[in-house]
Design a binder for this molecule. Structure first.
Ligand code: NAD
Ligand code: MN
Length: 362
């Protein structure tokens, strides 16, 4: 049988509302011979868990993910904005421990709605950049503090992120062939846009840019059909807001990728709509792009769609693209109808009502 065990890590805040929603959708998928039989195991992590037990990512969570699960869904963590002794973000640690080197973030408008039309895929390098968190503080000659952070860009990680970007560009091109030309947002040959700031950071971002460019240059046959483009990160933001339809696949170092994804989320109407998958060679963790949203947590106001789509991405990257497509189509149908929506989209529906509407559409 196709037994698939999925670890559920709601963690903090609205993670506890949107992960159960995603689970309900997975459980509501119509059963067929080709579709997986899910088993779910609940796993602990998060800032609240740290406050109670002194650890944000328990060893048991990591061990059971490695030993029993084929994939996982992570909610969100309420990382504090000040330093807390002994605490560090469990999702950043998970990405590192499970070698989930690319964060794949599709941001697309839904045809038939009156939002700005776009269909981009952001690939965020997921293991290094400023997220290695090597910070230190010193005192200058005047007794004033000076803080430093190391930023790591390696050829190894940049190449893996670049390969993911070019492979996904080919994959998207193949899938687009099934869409009628009149409904296709992206008309030309696939394109990868490399985001960097190597006009200033010529060593670190210079290595990033050169390495990602090298992915195409050293595989000219394989990536022949993929156009390669680049954009400085600041003008990337500008262009993305003015002409988001000019982008297909966008590949960025960790921090730039984080920032431009929240911007892209604004273009499609809400952070509550944008999913991601943390992808490695052996494991996938689906995770909404948004955080724990303490301003709305516990009130049934959270939009579950980002988490539901993340469950779809999880299936897609585990090889169950048919079931993934069913989830995406059910979500799009609910959005197109536009009746049942949470407050972030201007509606009055609850998390549960949106989830039920998606399940009904499956
Ligand atoms: P956030 O993404 O939690 O919220 C930003 C805004 O978007 C808020 O107004 C929130 O209400 C809204 N929003 C987010 N998700 C929504 C949803 N599903 N439905 C409706 N509205 C939604 O970002 P923040 O406020 O900057 O951070 C809050 C906490 O989340 C912080 O502790 C931060 O460290 C953490 N965070 C965690 C992750 C993660 O777990 N991967 C990512 C980002 C932020
Ligand atoms: Mn983020």
């Amino acid at each position: 049988s196709n037994k698939v065990t999925i670890g559920l890590i709601p963690a903090d805040g609205i993670g506890r509302e949107v992960i159960p929603a995603a689970r309900q959708v997975l459980e509501s998928l119509p059963k067929s011979d080709a579709s997986p039989q899910f088993e779910f195991i609940h796993l602990d992590a998060g800032f609240e868990h740290f406050q109670k037990h002194g650890v944000a990512l328990p060893d048991e969570t990591l061990a059971r993910l490695r030993g029993e699960c084929q994939g996982a869904l992570f909610g969100a963590v309420s990382s504090p904005s000040h330093k807390v002794a002994g605490y560090s973000s469990p999702i950043v640690a998970l990405r590192k421990h499970l070698d989930l080197y690319a964060n794949v973030r599709p941001v697309a408008s839904v045809a038939g709605t009156n939002q700005k039309q776009l269909d981009m895929l952001i690939i965020r390098e997921n293991t290094e950049c400023l997220y290695i968190k090597q910070e230190r503080i010193e005192t200058d000659a005047n007794g004033l503090k000076v803080a430093y952070a190391d930023r790591k860009i390696s050829e190894y990680a940049s190449r893996r992120a670049g390969q993911m970007a070019f492979n996904m560009a080919l994959m998207r091109d193949k899938l687009r062939a099934n869409v009628p030309a009149s409904e296709r947002l992206w008309q030309g040959s696939p394109k990868v846009t490399i985001v960097h700031k190597s006009n200033v950071l010529s060593v670190t971002d210079g290595l990033w840019r050169e390495t990602v460019r090298g992915v195409k240059e050293s595989n000219p046959e394989l990536y022949k059909s993929v156009q390669m483009d680049e954009q400085l990160v600041d003008s990337m933001v500008y262009r993305m807001f003015r002409e988001p339809e000019a982008f297909d696949v966008v590949v960025a170092p960790n921090l730039y990728g984080d920032i431009i994804s929240d911007g892209a989320a604004a273009l499609v109407g809400s952070l509550g709509l944008v999913p991601s998958a943390n992808v490695g060679d052996n494991f996938v963790v689906g995770e909404p792009v948004h955080g724990s949203a303490p301003d709305i947590a516990g009130q049934q106001k959270a939009n579950p769609i980002a988490a539901i789509r993340s469950a779809g991405l999880l299936l897609e990257h585990m090889g169950y693209s048919g079931d993934a497509a069913r989830i995406y189509q059910a979500v799009d149908a609910v959005l197109r109808e536009g009746q049942i929506k949470t407050p972030d989209l201007g509606g009055k529906s609850t998390t549960q009502e949106v989830t039920d509407a998606v399940c009904k559409r499956l």
